[in-house]
Design a protein around this ligand. Sequence first.
Ligand code: NAD
Length: 246
Amino acid sequence: MPHSYLVIGGNGFLGRHIQEQIRLRKDGATISVFDMNKPADADSDVTYYTGDLRKFEDVYNALEGITAVIHCASPPHVNSANPPRDLYFSINVDGTKNIIRACQERGVEILVVTSSGSVISTGEPMVNVDESTPYPPEAIDVYTESKIECEKVVLAANGEKNIRTCTIRPSAIFGPGDRQLLPGMIEVCEKGQHRFQIGDNSSLMDFTYVGNVAYAHVLAAEKLVDPASPAAGQAFNLTNGTPVPF
Ligand code: NAD
């Protein structure tokens, strides 16, 4: 049966590509978007809800008639000496708990959540790691700490009150609409900092194309239709396949 999707954070970079991947399935699924920001360009086939996922009622109201939720909202990752810890935890952890509870009260059975490849990062080289890799004793930064906590909450909810959950862990996402990766690289070039090299150019980094990341979310939601799906309760590392020097 086609889904009625609610994409939470659907007006962001990844969220817009998730909308596009849902359309490309051409299976009659409907798209609703929940976001604290209004869309730059509204699409006529989308129902928009403006709200804050930290407010339970906002989320609950947007879930009427929905069969699958894809949650890709988060504050952006910032490199700062004073990262906004409360903001990260209130949205990524407490807000995600709101989404889980609202899904359970509305009878929404499918929840796919965007995590991050950084949740298993130790800060040391990691090659060919898989999902059996444990969380490190200490997260590499506060943003990642909140993403680990978010992931634990989501996976622990699997099977509670008929909800099936999974998380997707992309690494640095690139592609049309990116507002973090490319602007940072352009700034480096504009400042002339690209003339300096740290290390011997053997460090590898996994960049992931946004269309692939979006497609993974939709595939995960489709897999979770089956109440006995082996995807339920699982976290999935996501890679483009070939890491590149960074
Ligand atoms: P983005 O900032 O472009 O989009 C996030 C969206 O979430 C925005 O539209 C924002 O308005 C919305 N949002 C934030 N807080 C909200 C709230 N309280 N209530 C409602 N809406 C809220 O970010 P993105 O790059 O598209 O990232 C999407 C997801 O992917 C995030 O979960 C992020 O942690 C994860 N991720 C991103 C990258 C990357 O390189 N961009 C890498 C790994 C993981």
